[in-house]
Design a protein around this ligand. Structure first.
Ligand code: COA
Length: 429
C-alpha cells in the first residue's frame, strides 16, 4: 500500500499562488466524500479563504501509480484529512490547545485499504510531537473512531419547542432583545462566542465558518442564505451578550416553525430572554433547535416544561488524549483524592499507569511507581469520555468498559472529574 499512495500535507495557498489548484482539488474531494452537490467556483474560493483564516492544514492521499483512463486524475486526493488547532474549555475556565480533526474522507473506490488508519496515526503522532495533549473530532458515524482512541465526551439533542400560548418562561427580563441586520454578526458573533467559550466546559473555539454562517453570509450548500434573521440580546449595561440566528421553515411547515441556526448566550439571562423572544414571534407556533444541550435549563425555566420535546440525543464531541500527564494536569478538579489509572492505548501515545493526586483542586500527575496497582483500568477512549465530566465513570464501569480494581474508585472519579456545569459543545467541525 505504501507504494500506491503518497500522503501530502499542505496549507491552502492564496488564490494567485501556483499551488491554488491543489487546494481546490482537495476541497472538491472533501465535498465529494460528504455527498455534497458540486459547489460554484466562488463558493470554493470562499471556503478556502475561511480555511486560510483558520490556519488549517490539509492532508491528502494521492495515487502514485497509473491512474485509470478517464477517471479523476492523480492530482485529486483519494483521501482527505483536515486539521486545525483551537482551544477546548476543560472546565473551571481553563482552556487547552487541542488538535481538531475534520474533513475525513476516503474515496469509495479506495476504501478499506488502511488509508484512514495511516493518516490518523501520522496526524496524531504529529500533534503529539508538537506538544499537544488532546485531539478532538465530531463523527458522522459512531463506529469509526473508538479504535483510534477517541471517546464521546459531550452530547447534544434536537428540541421542538411549542411556542403557542402555553409557552411561558418564568423569568423577569433584565435586558432587552432587538432585531438586527444579520451581517452585524460578522463582527459580533466571535466576541459573544468567546465569552460563552470561556465559561462553558466542553466548548471548542470556533472556526471562521461560524460567523459567516450565523450571519447568513454562507450556507452549507452554495452562496449566502437570505432566509437568515438575527436578534441580539442586550444586557442591563447595554452590552450585546447574546444572539440568535434563525430562519422561517416556510408556510408549508405545520405548525408554522422557526428554525434556530445558532444560539449563543453569554449569560443566563441572555439565554432565557432570547427564548422569550423566540417564543413571542407571531404567526409561529414551534421553534426547533438541533444543537440544544442535553442538560438544558430551558424546560426547568418554563411554566409548562412539556413545551420542550427533546429527541435524538447523540454524541457530539469526541476527545482523544495524546498525553495523559499533560491532559490530566491541565484540569482543575472538583474534589480532592488520589486515583491510580491504568490506561490502554492501541496507538501507544497514552499507554501507562498514572497517579492522579488532587489537592485543593489542583492536580499532580505522574507515572505510577513500578508495580503500583491501579484503582481503575480503562481504555484511552474512556478516559477521553470522562475527562470533561460529561460521561459518568460509574456508568462506564457498569457497561464493562472501565474495570474498578478498588471498590468505589469509579464514584471517586465521578466526583473528581465533575465540572462546574454540564459540558456542551456548540462548535461542529
Ligand atoms: C470512514 C472512512 C473515512 C474510512 O476510511 P478507510 O480508509 O476505508 O478506513 P481504513 O481502511 O483505514 O480502516 C480503518 C479501520 O476502521 C474500520 N472502519 C472504517 N470505516 C468504518 C465504518 N464506517 N464503520 C466501522 N468501521 C469502519 C475498518 O474496518 C478498519 O478496521 P481495522 O483497522 O480494525 O481493520 C471512509 O469510509 C469514508 O470516507 N466515509 C465517508 C465520510 C465519513 O464518514 N467521514 C467521517 C467524517 S467524521
Amino acid at each position: 500500500m505504501g507504494e500506491q499512495y503518497e500522503i501530502r500535507r499542505f496549507t491552502p495557498a492564496a488564490k494567485d499562488h501556483p499551488a491554488y489548484p491543489e487546494a481546490v482539488a482537495w476541497m472538491r474531494a472533501v465535498a465529494f466524500g460528504f455527498h455534497d452537490s458540486r459547489r460554484s467556483d466562488e463558493r470554493v474560493d470562499k471556503g478556502l479563504e475561511m480555511q486560510r483564516a483558520d490556519g488549517r492544514v490539509m492532508t491528502g492521499a494521492y495515487q502514485t501509480g497509473p491512474v485509470a483512463d478517464h477517471a479523476l486524475g492523480a492530482e485529486v486526493p483519494v483521501a482527505t484529512f483536515g486539521t486545525m488547532t483551537k482551544t477546548l474549555n476543560v472546565g473551571f475556565g481553563r482552556l487547552l490547545d487541542t488538535r481538531l480533526v475534520t474533513a475525513v474522507t476516503v474515496r469509495t473506490s479506495h476504501r478499506r485499504r488502511g488509508l484512514l488508519r495511516r493518516m490518523m496515526a501520522e496526524e496524531l503522532g504529529l500533534a503529539r510531537q508538537e506538544g499537544l495533549a488532546m485531539a478532538a473530532l465530531t463523527a458522522s458515524e459512531a463506529s469509526i473512531y473508538g479504535r483510534f482512541g477517541f471517546g464521546v465526551a459531550t452530547s447534544e439533542q434536537s428540541v421542538k419547542v411549542d411556542t403557542s400560548a402555553r409557552f411561558v418562561v418564568d423569568h423577569t427580563p433584565v435586558g432587552t432583545v432587538e432585531v438586527a441586520d444579520p451581517k452585524v454578526l460578522l463582527e459580533l458573533a466571535p466576541v459573544i462566542f468567546d465569552r460563552l467559550h470561556r465559561q462553558t466546559p466542553g466548548s471548542v473555539g470556533r472556526h471562521e465558518f461560524y460567523r459567516q454562517f450565523a450571519s447568513g453570509s454562507v450556507s452549507r450548500d452554495d452562496g449566502d442564505d437570505p432566509k437568515v434573521k438575527v436578534a441580539l440580546h442586550y444586557g442591563p449595561d447595554g452590552d450585546v451578550d447574546g444572539y440568535v440566528s434563525y430562519k422561517f421553515g416556510g408556510w408549508s411547515s405545520t405548525p408554522y416553525t422557526m428554525e434556530v441556526v445558532d444560539l449563543v448566550a453569554a449569560t443566563r439571562a441572555a439565554y432565557l430572554e432570547l427564548w422569550q423572544y423566540l417564543g413571542a414571534i407571531d404567526l409561529v407556533e414551534r421553534v426547533t433547535w438541533d444543537e440544544a444541550p442535553v442538560d438544558d435549563p430551558l424546560p426547568w425555566a418554563l411554566r409548562d416544561p412539556r413545551c420542550v420535546n427533546a429527541s435524538d440525543a447523540r454524541d457530539m464531541l469526541w476527545l482523544r488524549i495524546l498525553d495523559v500527564e499533560k491532559a490530566l494536569g491541565a484540569r482543575r478538579y472538583s474534589s480532592d483524592g488520589v486515583l491510580v489509572l491504568r490506561v490502554r492505548d492501541p496507538l501507544g501515545f497514552a499507554a501507562g499507569t498514572f497517579s492522579l493526586s488532587v489537592s485543593g483542586g489542583e492536580a499532580a500527575v505522574q507515572a505510577a511507581a513500578d508495580g503500583a496497582e491501579p484503582d481503575l483500568a480503562l481504555d484511552v477512549a474512556d478516559l477521553g469520555s470522562i475527562y470533561l465530566g460529561g460521561v459518568c465513570p460509574v456508568t462506564l464501569a457498569t457497561a464493562g468498559r472501565i474495570t474498578e480494581h478498588a471498590p468505589g474508585a469509579a464514584l471517586t472519579a465521578k466526583r473528581m472529574f465533575a465540572v462546574e456545569r454540564a459540558p456542551h459543545c456548540l462548535t461542529h467541525f
